[in-house]
Design a binder for this molecule. Structure first.
Ligand SMILES: C[S@@+](CC[C@H](N)C(=O)[O-])C[C@H]1O[C@@H](n2cnc3c(N)ncnc32)[C@H](O)[C@@H]1O
Length: 1004
């Protein structure tokens, strides 16, 4: 086996990007690993398998065979282009868009395995792979599917339980674990019906079933004492149905009886105004109408004064649609909305039942009475009067969830007493616990009603504990919904997991089911086909799952791991432990009785978690900087542990993404300090969309793969190099790769991120490095200011960090992009403000992007953001910058004189505005009068602006969002102006040429 590995030479980045997106494009057909249970920042399976295999295979491995083994059996990029073109032209796509199923559905077959084995010259099971921060388990799951010995570890017990259910049980037990799960789920269902059936009132009309109850949280108006139902709007569906409030005024302000009733209306014009905006409330009683400050809402909530009011019931009605040829009646379910009735309010009964139960449950530890932690990054539950975890549920939700736990424990105890708790059954109980978590996720006071899909959204639609002033309560007992849905979802998931890890067994079961003319899915599959499937020989590869901090993997021998593939936390992106407590407090009361060792703590471990967690340093000076330093140290410790267990010739492949250079600096400093050097890097565009996909707000789409090796001692004779020698090499390395990245579909801010890879590769080759001459005083001052007096060490003026390499990379990409955007006309001619505008659009592809990023760009082009940009070309909103189009600038009078004494972008904006409000000819005259028609600087600016502004619908046939339409109009005005006056001097924008060529090809 050659020393260098495939990942150090080649990776099919464009195909992997497209397959990664394709894997998750359909929310209704996600891989089972995603929907078994919530976990945050999961990596695509196809990208994970590619990372695993390419880290193991030799550099000269056959590319086609590699693509086959990872399931890419055609050209997904070409397919995507065809789909995009068909979409734009409005044509129906003929035949199959892709020639093969999504890559992750393909499990390596015997021939693939044989080939891999031949390449690595040993049995696959002898190779050991470690993922020390495995989370939801994409990487170890794929390692297992390839047949490697796998070590999967995560600090978080919820993640560890998910790992067991994803990686261990399906491989170990096959389809029989699904059958066992169905058996205990059936018992659960039989008991639950009897216990909670009475909590949901019957619908007034025949053939109707209530599916969702929509509640508004309430406070009392401090001015008139009216009960205010809180909601940002009263929409119910996208076709105009909504709610009108009918406020009863009593005998006027401060008299009893001031309560709202609700009426369902069909037109948006008839909806009442929302009662909450930006955290403040507006009293809906016409004789008051005062604004109630957000602090007053919180005060009432914390004093126990926040209630809730039912404002609409969503139901489904069974409607006769006709008859079949044989005369059998056909029905369908149709959704409807109704106003609440008196009979819907069974809150007194629920309160009574809950009070009875709670006193019992407190003794038996059935519902989570732990306090929501004070010291977190998001204390909104406490601020809004929910100090205990169980307060995040309405009384009826809590009663149902508590009853579920009670039944779960009864079933478990019965099996334990009967000595029937086999390993298989324990696994089935874990799945049942995960299934009940689905209902927590969709059954708490943080679940919004989604008017577009007309469904309830889960709490973790977002990555935080935002307060929902109005929420949707799902009816847990509705046939096909609630429990039925959650239980069936888990069953389907188990079957699909088995299908991916033990494909032969699943195929055999399907054949057997088919022979008996039964559905190849669902309960019948197990009853009819288990025996047949059990005949298929299978021995799972060894899997070791642990729940430890990744810096202390004492169960792994030194120098024993062949490959580490890991996807660590991304700095401050997700606070895993804080979020997962929502599930942890329930799981410890269900699965915790099956796997007690995972659930000994009160809440999950935040102290050892490797995230930049500001809350851990609350109250301390420079908490943000301290959190960043803490992340760096923790990651360095995890990398050091990886270095200890990795064989000297082993490879560590790291996946990482973050827009902020600070996060990259922390991570890679840790990596190098732990003794690794970066040998290759690949940007995979895991979230990419079509080329015309333009966003309102910027977002990074790429995950960067870094291949790393243990660093060996530098040869003693090596010539000593300084940063000043290495910086040009870094720039050169970036320049050499950036075109390739762009060709692979990487653009915008991702191009800058992608350039970090080659920059760090070169940098780490020479690390540790120092400067030959001290850092300029001004930069030192900035660093001192940032660091404050937090750390005892003095700032070393000769020190060099990865951030220096990243700055060099950014600069190089910026210059290169400017050359491209101006069609290499005269980059030096572009004034800095215009360059900032052009590069901002180019990088962020959106008018809204983070202020910090804008500042970095401003420094790179040499403008003063606060003085030259804010208030002129853009406004500052919170932590974002928002660009202005020509008309917005005209309205704000925020532009220069247009005679060019300011900047070229001012001249362009004056012209675009003239074209938009008067005529194209007026715009041309304006330029002629100013003497701009033959001015090369204007041509360069026009060229670049046309390359970056969003293309309007009249050229692209794709409607822009309202946020973007003004910029699209600027594009249209400038392009028409180009056609009128500058065809000689300014080329057609690249995107329009491409569209024209695509159209021509289609006509042929
Ligand atoms: C980006 S996620 C991994 C996601 C995973 N690759 C997937 O596809 O689901 C990072 C994980 O690191 C874990 N983690 C954080 N600090 C850790 C530590 N000190 N030791 C081990 N795991 C840690 C978090 O709990 C989280 O699950």
């Amino acid at each position: 086996m050659s020393e260098r590995r495939l990942i150090e030479e080649w990776l099919p980045i464009a195909a992997l990007g497209e397959e990664s997106v394709r894997e998750r494009r359909s929310m209704t057909a996600l891989p089972p690993t995603y929907y078994l249970h919530v976990w945050w920042a999961r990596r695509p399976l196809v990208a994970s398998r590619a990372a695993v295999l390419a880290s193991l295979l030799p550099a000269d491995a056959d590319h086609d065979k590699f693509l086959h083994a990872i399931g890419i059996h055609g050209d997904p990029v070409a397919s995507r282009r065809r789909i995009d073109a068909a979409k734009r032209s409005g044509d129906r796509f003929e035949g199959q868009a892709y020639e093969y199923s999504r890559a992750f559905t393909y499990s390596p077959n015997a021939a693939d395995r044989q080939w891999i084995k031949g390449q690595v010259s040993e049995d696959l099971g002898t190779f050991k792979l470690l993922d020390p921060t495995a989370g939801g388990g994409s990487i170890p799951f794929e390692a297992e599917r390839v047949g490697l010995s796998t070590f999967a570890n995560d600090l978080n017990p919820v993640a560890t339980l998910i790992l067991q259910a994803t990686i261990q049980y399906p491989a170990l037990f096959g389809l029989s674990v699904g059958a066992e799960y169905r058996r205990i789920a059936d018992k659960f269902v039989a008991k639950r019906e009897k216990l909670i059936g009475s909590y949901y009132p019957a619908e007034p009309e025949d053939a109707c079933i209530a599916t969702n109850y929509l509640y508004a949280r309430t406070i009392h108006c401090p001015y008139c004492d009216g009960l205010i139902p809180l909601s940002p709007n009263w929409r119910l569906s996208s076709d105009g149905i909504g709610v009108r409030l009918l406020p009863a005024k009593g005998d006027g302000p401060l008299t009893p009886g001031r309560v709202c009733r609700f009426e369902i209306v069909d037109k948006p014009a008839d909806h009442s105004e929302g009662t909450v905006s930006d955290g403040d409330a507006t009293c809906p009683y016409p004789d008051c109408g005062r604004v109630v400050d957000g602090d007053e809402i919180k005060r009432q909530a914390q004093a126990g004064g926040m209630g809730e009011q039912l404002y609409a019931v969503v139901f489904k009605r069974r409607v006769l649609t006709g008859k079949t040829a044989s005369g059998v009646e056909k029905f369908k379910w149709v959704r409807g909305f109704r106003a609440p009735r008196k009979e819907d309010d069974n809150s007194a009964l629920i309160a009574e039942r809950l009070a009875e139960k709670l006193s019992e449950w407190e003794g038996t530890d059935i519902v989570p009475s732990e306090a929501f932690p004070e010291n977190t990054n998001d204390s909104r539950p406490i601020q809004y009067g929910m100090p205990l975890w169980r307060d995040m549920f309405s009384p009826r939700q809590l009663l149902c969830h508590g009853t579920s736990v009670e039944i779960y424990r009864e079933l478990l105890d019965a099996d334990r007493t009967a000595n029937a708790l086999t390993d298989l059954r324990r696994a089935a109980f874990v799945y049942l616990a995960l299934s009940l978590d689905t209902l927590l996720n969709y059954g708490c006071r943080s679940c919004r009603w989604d008017v577009v899909t007309e469904r309830v959204r889960s709490i973790f639609d977002r990555h935080d504990f935002a307060f929902c002033s109005s929420y949707s309560e799902m009816s847990f007992l509705v046939a096909g919904g609630g429990y039925d849905w959650a239980i069936e979802k888990t069953a389907k998931c188990i079957e699909e997991l088995v299908e991916l890890v033990r494909p032969e067994e699943a195929a055999e079961a399907k054949v057997a089911a088919k022979a008996q003319k039964r559905s190849a899915r669902g309960a019948e599959l197990f009853i009819s086909s288990l025996a047949a499937a059990a005949e298929v020989p299978y021995s799972p590869p060894p899997v070791t799952i642990t729940c430890k901090s990744g810096d202390h993997l004492d169960h792994i021998e030194p120098n024993s791991i062949d490959v580490v593939v890991m996807d660590p936390p991304y700095y401050d992106n997700v606070m895993y432990a804080e979020l997962s407590d929502f599930f942890y407090v329930w799981l410890k009361r269900t699965a915790g009785y099956v796997e007690p060792s995972l659930f000994r703590r009160l809440l999950t471990d935040k102290d050892q978690e490797a995230v930049a967690n500001v809350a851990r340093f609350k109250g301390q000076k420079g908490a943000k900087v301290l959190a960043g330093r803490d992340y760096q140290e923790r990651m360095a410790a995890i990398f050091t542990e990886c270095r200890r267990v990795l064989k000297p010739n082993g490879v560590l492949t790291l996946m990482f993404t973050h827009k902020a250079t600070g996060a990259w600096d922390s991570l890679t400093t840790g990596l190098m300090k732990a003794g690794f050097t970066i040998t290759a890097s690949w940007p995979i565009n895991t979230e990419a969309e079509g080329s015309l996909h333009i966003k309102d707000k910027s977002a990074a789409n790429s995950t960067i793969f870094l291949a790393c090796r243990p660093r060996h001692q530098q040869p003693a004779t090596a010539e000593k190099l300084y940063w000043e020698d290495v910086e040009p090499l870094v720039a050169k390395a970036v320049r050499e790769r950036v075109q390739k990245f762009q060709d692979a579909g990487i653009g915008g801010v991702d191009l800058y991120l992608a350039s970090f890879g080659p920059a760090l590769e070169k940098f780490s080759e020479f690390w540790p490095l120092e400067r030959g001459t001290p850092r300029p005083q001004i930069e030192l001052e900035k660093k001192r200011k940032k660091q404050g007096e937090l750390f005892p060490e003095e700032i070393d003026p000769y020190a060099v960090t990865p951030e220096d390499a990243l700055t060099a990379a950014r600069r190089e990409v910026k210059n290169w992009r400017l050359e491209q955007l101006t069609h290499r006309k005269a980059r030096t001619d572009m004034d800095p403000v215009t360059a900032w505008f052009v590069l901002a659009w180019d990088a962020f592809e959106a008018p809204v992007f983070p202020f910090d990023e804008a500042l970095r760009l401003a420094r790179a082009v040499g403008v003063d953001l606060e003085k030259d940009i804010v208030g002129r070309l853009a406004t500052k909103k919170g932590s974002d910058i928002v660009l202005l189009d020509s008309q917005q600038r005209a309205a704000k009078m925020s532009w220069g004189r247009g005679d060019g004494s300011q900047t070229m972008i001012d001249v362009l904006h004056h012209a675009a505005n003239a074209a938009r409000v008067r005529s194209l000819e007026a715009a041309r005259e304006l330029l002629e009068k100013g003497g701009w028609l033959n001015e090369p600087a204007l041509h360069v600016a026009l060229q670049a602006a046309l390359e970056v502004l969003p293309v309007s619908a009249s050229f692209s046939k794709i409607e822009l969002t309202p946020t973007l339409s003004g910029f699209g109009s600027d594009f249209e005005a400038l392009e028409n102006l180009r056609r009128l006056a500058f065809t000689e001097q300014v080329d057609e924008p690249t995107l329009l040429s491409k569209l024209r060529m695509e159209e021509a090809l289609q006509i042929q």
